[in-house]
Design a protein around this ligand. Structure first.
Ligand SMILES: Nc1ncnc2c1ncn2[C@@H]1O[C@H](COP(=O)(O)OP(=O)(O)OP(=O)(O)O)[C@@H](O)[C@H]1O
Ligand SMILES: [Mg+2]
Length: 475
């Protein structure tokens, strides 16, 4: 089963293809080397033979047969006799001198180049050999044959053929083995990812793809898939949260609404009472709609999709705008509203969500600060250069152990139960902070509450975004 799967992987197929191409190239190179070497050797030995024949013909002209016989005897024995082939015969092809037993059959035609087998008798110690020779007719009817033993060339051919076979075998073995190893490696890495995705498909959304730490393309794939799964999980949790909230927290106001309408209808009141009841119903419906909208806004902020639409914003300007909007109300409540907004607090963000968050915080401050108290709004750069927003009031503050809990949806502290509100204001602030990668902290203003939002420095954010885009492009 496993090897079968290995053979069917694309890695294995590519390895085989590569092996075929590589094997053919190796063969091509060896064949080329063989042919070019052999043709050089052949040309050289033909030239040598040609030169020797010219020399011998000259000797014959000067010293006639006796001299030639002597020279051929010399040459066909000793060192040069080992590689050279010589034969001088009379007009009837009877050998006079040389190292061949008789005139070769192949050379019986008109003078010229011949390839022939040397009879074993001439060299009993060796197996039959091939020689290449030139025949020549001297005046007087004598025949002369001068040639070279081609055994060396044959040996060279054998060496090359052997090399060819071994190279092919080695290429096949290496290619096949390498292909198997590579496929097994890639299959194993991919299998891990496949297993992870199958587990997730079967419902285990907490499962993540394994990351080996090699930082290779598989790790990048796994990391991206994991990021994607994190995002999906966050979105699903958000949706589940909204659904739960609707099921639990919007049920009672809607039921309340319904029973009031029912009671009004049964009481058979006069038109004026109906009118009052309807006005109240509209008011409550507005409240429910507000809650709905707030829930959806929180879910949207938590999904993170708005990050793609972030714009460069001046936090100071946002704060100044909000202060202007709340100025009159502050006077009405007998509260002092201090604003300290710097000009150099640039952030990347969503204008609507941030304005909404500042409004929520201002609403809370107004609701909890007693008369003659003060509210301080600030937008400036912190000590580390990060843009920072803060709002401080002189109300009762929030006890340390409650500071985390009030950020959850629908959480309202006991002393607020009598006032209208749904407990979603701080949840929206927290979701907006997360969307902007801002650190949210609730602190003691002694007396009162101070809420601080520390945004990431804009340059850095852009840089990390660039890196992200670059990574995405690479994949
Ligand atoms: N500035 C503050 N001082 C003291 N307590 C606060 C302050 N802001 C919020 N709280 C407490 O935190 C709770 C949650 O606040 P949150 O803004 O989430 O809801 P809410 O103001 O009650 O309702 P909503 O904002 O949805 O109208 C409040 O009910 C209140 O008890
Ligand atoms: Mg509130």
């Amino acid at each position: 089963m496993f090897p079968n799967r290995l053979f069917r992987t694309s890695t294995f197929r590519y390895a085989m293809l590569y092996m075929a191409v590589f094997g053919l190239s190796v063969c091509g190179v060896l064949v080329f080397v063989y042919w070019s070497t052999v043709s050089v050797i052949d040309a050289q030995s033909d030239d040598t033979i040609e030169a020797e024949i010219t020399g011998l013909a000259e000797q014959y002209r000067e010293r006639r047969v006796v001299g030639l016989v002597e020279i051929i005897r010399q040459r066909s024995s000793g060192e040069s006799g080992r590689r050279g082939v010589y034969l001088l015969t009379d007009p009837f092809l009877t050998p006079l001198a040389g190292n061949l037993a008789g005139w070769p059959e192949a050379a019986k035609g008109p003078p010229g180049w011949v390839d022939f087998h040397i009879k074993q008798a001439a060299r009993p110690a060796l197996r039959p050999q091939i020689a290449r020779a030139r025949t020549f007719e001297l005046d007087g009817g004598f025949h002369l044959l001068v040639g070279r033993d081609l055994t060396e060339r044959a040996a060279f051919r054998e060496t090359i053929t052997n090399a060819l076979i071994w190279a092919l075998l080695a290429t096949l073995a290496l290619g096949f083995g390498g292909g198997l190893l590579l496929s097994r490696y890639f299959l194993r890495r991919l299998d891990a990812i496949n297993q992870g995705s199958r587990a997730i498909l079967h419902g285990d959304l907490t499962q993540r793809m394994p990351v080996t730490g090699y930082s290779d393309e598989f790790d990048r794939l796994a990391e991206n898939l994991n990021d994607m799964l994190d995002q999906i999980e966050r979105l699903m949790e958000g949706m589940r949260g909204v659904a739960d909230n609707i099921a639990h927290d919007l049920r009672s106001p809607i039921s309340r609404l319904r029973s009031r309408l029912e009671v009004t209808l049964m009481a058979q009141s006069d038109p004026e009472e109906y009118r009052t009841a309807l006005a109240k119903t509209i008011e409550e419906t507005d409240g429910i709609l507000d809650t709905f909208n707030a829930l959806l806004a929180i879910a949207l902020a938590e999904s993170g999709v708005l990050r793609d639409r972030f714009e460069r914003l001046d936090l100071g300007a946002l704060v100044r705008d909000a202060a202007e909007l709340y100025g009159a109300a502050a006077e009405e409540h007998g509260l002092r509203l201090d604003v300290d907004a710097a000009d150099d607090c640039l952030i990347d963000g969503d204008r609507n969500l941030l304005s909404q968050a500042i409004s929520n915080l201002l609403d809370n401050a107004f609701n909890h600060t007693p008369e003659n108290g003060s509210i301080a709004l600030a937008a400036r750069r912190g000590q580390d250069g990060r843009p920072e927003f803060s709002i401080a009031d002189t109300g009762p503050g929030i006890a340390k152990e409650e500071r985390q809990r009030v950020l959850e949806r629908f959480v309202r502290l006991d002393d607020s139960r009598s006032t209208p509100g749904s407990g979603l204001g701080l949840s929206q602030v927290a979701a907006t902070a997360r969307l902007h990668y801002a650190d949210l902290s609730l602190e003691d203003n002694a007396p009162g509450l101070r809420i601080r939002l520390r945004f990431p420095a804009t340059e850095k954010r852009l840089e990390s975004q660039k890196r992200l885009t670059y990574n995405n492009m690479q994949q």
